[in-house]
Design a protein around this ligand. Structure first.
Ligand code: 5GP
Ligand code: ZN
Length: 118
């Protein structure tokens, strides 16, 4: 999608601090971190949220979810933060806090801001 922020990040048109990438997805540091470790993972293909992704491409959804679990586990441990302990969450819908309508999962680990929006 041409006018989507995360499509642009996936294509490298907008720079990001990438911690993991492959041909299907990319994981980068959140620009406004709400925790000691705050990462955002996206599939490169555009789907508006996790519901649309699972309905339209269950194979990609399964790949994405399992890879996010792996990255979450590694990143939390790798930063000297309580090994393997992290939150993995999807804001789905504007009223619940989704602000970018390209499916993404947040990884949060370590100390989380008390007033975190995520
Ligand atoms: P949402 O609020 O939709 O669940 O999450 C979107 C997340 O993307 C927010 O946590 C926000 O800080 C992050 N974000 C928005 N724009 C950018 C950007 O240009 N670069 C990076 N790295 N993160 C962004
Ligand atoms: Zn997009």
């Amino acid at each position: 999608m041409t006018d989507c922020l995360f499509c642009k990040i996936a294509k490298g048109e907008i720079p990001s601090d990438i911690v993991y990438q492959d041909e299907k997805m990319i994981v980068f540091k959140d620009i406004n971190p709400q925790a000691e470790v705050h990462l955002v993972g996206i599939p490169r293909e555009h789907y508006i949220n996790i519901v649309e992704l699972t309905h339209e491409n269950i194979t990609l959804a399964q790949y994405f979810l399992s890879k996010m679990a792996e990255v979450g586990s590694k990143m939390s441990g790798g930063n000297g933060i309580d090994n393997g302990q992290f939150k993995l969450l999807f804001n789905t819908g504007e009223k619940i806090g989704q602000s970018v309508f390209h499916v993404h999962a947040h990884i949060l680990a370590g100390k989380i801001n008390e007033d975190a929006r995520v």
